[in-house]
Design a protein around this ligand. Structure first.
Ligand code: HEM
Length: 184
């Protein structure tokens, strides 16, 4: 009888031990880093565009990609017609909407890649790409235009030495928006 009670107690103690071990937070795996973290995340670095100021490394990387991509788009005869209003302004020496687009695109990609210290306040992707709600979009885009846009972002990212596996992740992120952006 005593032996049975002793065995039972051993089993109970072992069960309690294994239960608490399963609930030990230290055993849970670290969450997968966000794309933003992989791009440098919140580490503060000096901002080459604004001497004396600091910027999150992830945001600096994305802003560099966005600005390179805008140049690639402007030089691409398939994509530039969509940006006719913007390119006309730039041609006339008015850079204010170019700065707004750069900020909006950077905000969008910053938030979409998982940043927490920024927000996107521009149009949603459907309205931004419908000439009826955004007259700065010259015409609706189709799947080929969207593929060309991805190509421009890949070129912009490559120019900034973004590692291939992260470019693939950026491409996958953009792909999730095809349904809203492509409207013909
Ligand atoms: C997933 C892919 C895309 C993203 C994330 C994106 C993002 C954006 C954002 C954030 C804006 C600014 C919205 C605002 O002003 O509030 C914008 C504007 C615009 N987008 Fe896109 N876009 C994408 C694809 C495309 C494609 C495929 C085209 C054309 C082929 C395009 C053409 C434009 C144009 C013409 C504007 C207006 C630019 C201006 O302000 O003058 N976008 N886009």
């Amino acid at each position: 009888m005593n032996l049975r009670i002793a065995s039972l107690m051993v089993v109970m103690v072992l069960s309690i031990f294994s239960f608490s071990a399963c609930n030990n937070d230290d055993d849970s795996p670290d969450p997968e880093p966000t794309l933003y973290e992989k791009l440098g995340g919140t580490t503060m670095v000096s901002d080459p565009a604004n001497p004396g100021q600091m910027i999150e490394q992830g945001r600096l990387g994305l802003r560099s990609v966005v600005d390179s991509t805008i140049f690639v788009i402007a030089a691409d005869p398939n994509l530039s017609p969509f940006f006719a209003t913007l390119l006309m302004e730039v041609g006339n020496g008015n850079l204010s909407n170019l700065a707004i687009l750069s900020k909006n695109l950077t905000d969008f990609f910053t938030v979409a890649s998982g940043a927490e210290n920024y927000s996107y306040n521009g149009l949603n992707m459907k309205d931004a790409h419908d000439p009826a709600t955004n007259p700065r979009m010259a015409s609706k885009s189709n799947n080929t235009d969207f593929d060309n846009f991805i190509g421009a972002v890949v070129t912009g990212a490559t120019q900034n030495n973004v590692p291939t596996e992260l470019i693939t992740e950026v491409g996958a992120l953009i792909e999730t928006l095809r349904g809203d952006v492509v409207q013909q």
